[in-house]
Design a protein around this ligand. Structure first.
Ligand code: PLP
Length: 422
C-alpha cells in the first residue's frame, strides 16, 4: 500500500469506527421497495417502457451519442424542442436541460450570485447547492429549516445591515426545496415568497425552488409545488429533476430566457461536459408523455392513498406502545400524514430496525448523522405507486415485531444493558 493509500485507508477506518462508513449495496431483486425515489414506480412501468421504445423508433436514423458538450456538437433540435415542451408543461417561459440536478444546482449557485450578493438558504438544502454556493463569492446565510420566522429574521438583518440590499442594489437569493428528502415535509412556499417580497420590495430578491422530490408526485399531473400554488411568476428559477419520480436521469432549470442564456455562457457543469445522449432524452420525453396524457394521475392518487394508509397504521402501532416510558427512544412516527411519499420513522436503533425489515424482504434504509441532525436517526421510508396495501400492512407488522423483540407494551421496560447489546 502506498503512503497515499494508507492515508485514505485511515480515513475509511475512522468512518468504520464511527459507524458512518458508506458502502455500495444491491437490493434483492424481489424485495419490496420502501426506499427508492421511484415514487410513481415508473422504473418498472410497462407503459413507460412502451413509450420509450416508441420514442426510439420514431426516427430510426438517430445518433445515439450526443457528440459533445451542448455548446459544441451535443445540441439538437430534439433537445431544444424537449426543453421547450417541458417548460410549457410547467408553465415557465424557458427551460434548460442539464445532465443532472446536481450539475444544475452546482452551476446555478456558482455563477448567478455575484460577489457580495447574498444567498439565504434553508438549513436542510441539498449538497449540490452548497457546492455551488462555495464556488460563488456571495455571502451565505442559513435559516432554520422551514421556519418563515427565522427567514424573516435573517432577511431583516440583511436589510438593516446592508444599505445596498436595502436600496435594491445588491441581490438576495433564497434557496429552498419544495419537498425535503429526509422528512418529506413541504416548504411553506407561499409564506416564504410573501415574506421575501415584503421585506425586499425593490426587485432584488430571487427565490429558487428545487422541485427534485415533487416532480411528477405533487400538483396537477405532477407539475410540482410552484404550479400547485400558482407561484410561477413569483419565483426566479425552478429545478425539476428526472431521476426520481420520472425514472430517468437529468434535470431542467425553468427560468427566463435571459437566465437560460446566461447559464449557457457561465455554468461550468453545463459547458465542460458531454451532453445527454439521445436515448436519455428520449426516455425523458417518454416519461413526460405519461404526465402530459394523464397516465400518472391514478398513480398519484394511489400513492396518496398508501401514504394515508401507512400513516394510520403507524399511528395505531405507536398508540399501542404509548404506555412504555421511553418509547420515543424506540420509535417516533410523523404526527401528521406527510404531503409527500416520504416518511421519517425515528429511532435510536435505525440499523437494527432497518436490518429487521430488510431480512423480511423490505428495502428500507437507516439514515444517521451527519446526513440528518443528531438525535434524529431514522429509517427513511418511501411509499411508491407500485406498493400495495398488503405490503404496507406487512411492513408495519414487521416494525411491530421488532418493537416486540425489545419492549413489551404491557410489561416492564428492558434494562439499559440489554439495550446496549442491540
Ligand atoms: C433536493 C435535490 N436536489 C438535487 C438533487 C440532484 O439531482 P440528480 O440526482 O438529478 O443529480 C437531488 C438528488 O439527489 C435532490 O434530492
Amino acid at each position: 500500500m502506498s503512503n497515499l493509500e494508507r492515508t485514505l485507508q485511515h480515513h475509511l477506518d475512522r468512518r468504520r469506527a464511527s459507524s458512518t462508513l458508506r458502502n455500495l449495496t444491491i437490493s434483492a431483486p424481489n424485495a419490496v421497495d420502501f426506499s427508492s425515489n421511484d415514487f410513481l414506480s415508473l422504473s418498472t412501468s410497462p407503459a413507460l417502457r412502451a413509450a420509450y421504445l416508441q420514442e426510439l423508433q420514431r426516427d430510426s436514423s438517430f445518433r445515439i451519442g450526443s457528440g459533445g458538450s451542448r455548446l459544441l456538437d451535443g445540441n439538437s433540435e430534439y433537445a431544444e424542442a424537449l426543453e421547450r415542451d417541458i417548460a410549457a408543461f410547467h408553465n415557465a417561459p424557458a427551460g434548460l436541460l442539464c445532465n443532472s440536478g446536481f450539475d444544475a444546482n452546482a452551476g446555478i449557485f456558482a455563477c448567478i450570485p455575484q460577489p457580495n450578493d447574498v444567498v439565504v438558504y434553508d438549513a436542510f438544502i441539498h449538497a449540490s447547492v452548497h457546492d455551488g454556493m462555495r464556488l460563488s463569492r456571495a455571502k451565505r446565510i442559513a435559516f432554520e429549516h422551514n421556519s418563515v420566522e427565522d427567514l424573516q429574521r435573517v432577511l431583516e438583518e440583511c436589510v438593516a445591515g446592508d444599505e445596498f440590499v436595502r436600496r435594491g442594489r445588491r441581490n438576495v437569493f433564497v434557496a429552498v426545496e419544495a419537498v425535503y428528502s429526509m422528512d418529506g415535509d413541504l416548504a411553506p412556499l407561499k409564506e416564504i415568497v410573501e415574506v421575501v417580497e415584503r421585506l425586499l420590495p425593490q426587485g432584488n430578491s430571487h427565490v429558487i425552488v428545487d422541485e427534485a422530490h415533487s416532480t411528477g408526485a405533487l400538483g396537477a399531473k405532477g407539475r410540482g409545488l410552484v404550479c400547485e400554488l400558482g407561484l410561477e411568476e413569483r419565483v426566479f428559477a425552478r429545478l425539476h429533476t428526472f431521476g426520481k419520480a420520472l425514472a430517468c436521469n437529468g434535470a431542467v432549470v425553468l427560468c427566463s430566457p435571459v437566465v437560460r442564456h446566461y447559464l449557457i455562457n457561465y455554468s461550468r457543469p453545463l459547458i465542460y461536459t458531454t451532453f445527454m445522449s439521445y436515448p436519455s432524452l428520449a426516455a425523458i420525453r417518454a416519461a413526460y408523455s405519461l404526465l402530459w396524457d394523464g397516465h400518472t394521475e391514478p398513480l398519484q392518487l394511489h400513492l396518496r392513498f398508501l401514504v394515508e394508509e401507512l400513516f394510520s397504521r403507524l399511528q395505531t402501532l405507536r398508540a399501542r406502545y404509548s404506555g412504555v416510558p421511553d418509547i420515543d427512544h424506540w420509535i417516533q412516527v410523523p404526527s401528521e400524514a406527510p404531503n409527500s411519499p416520504i416518511f421519517a420513522v425515528l429511532t435510536s436503533q435505525p440499523r437494527s430496525l432497518a436490518k429487521h425489515c430488510q431480512d423480511a424482504g423490505f428495502v428500507v434504509r437507516a439514515v444517521v448523522p451527519p446526513t440528518v441532525p443528531e438525535g434524529t436517526s431514522r429509517i427513511r421510508v418511501c411509499v411508491h405507486a407500485g406498493n400495495t396495501s398488503e405490503q404496507v400492512r406487512r411492513f408495519v407488522e414487521r416494525i411491530d415485531e421488532w418493537l416486540g423483540l425489545h419492549i413489551d407494551p404491557e410489561g416492564p421496560v428492558e434494562t439499559t444493558s440489554e439495550r446496549a447489546r442491540l
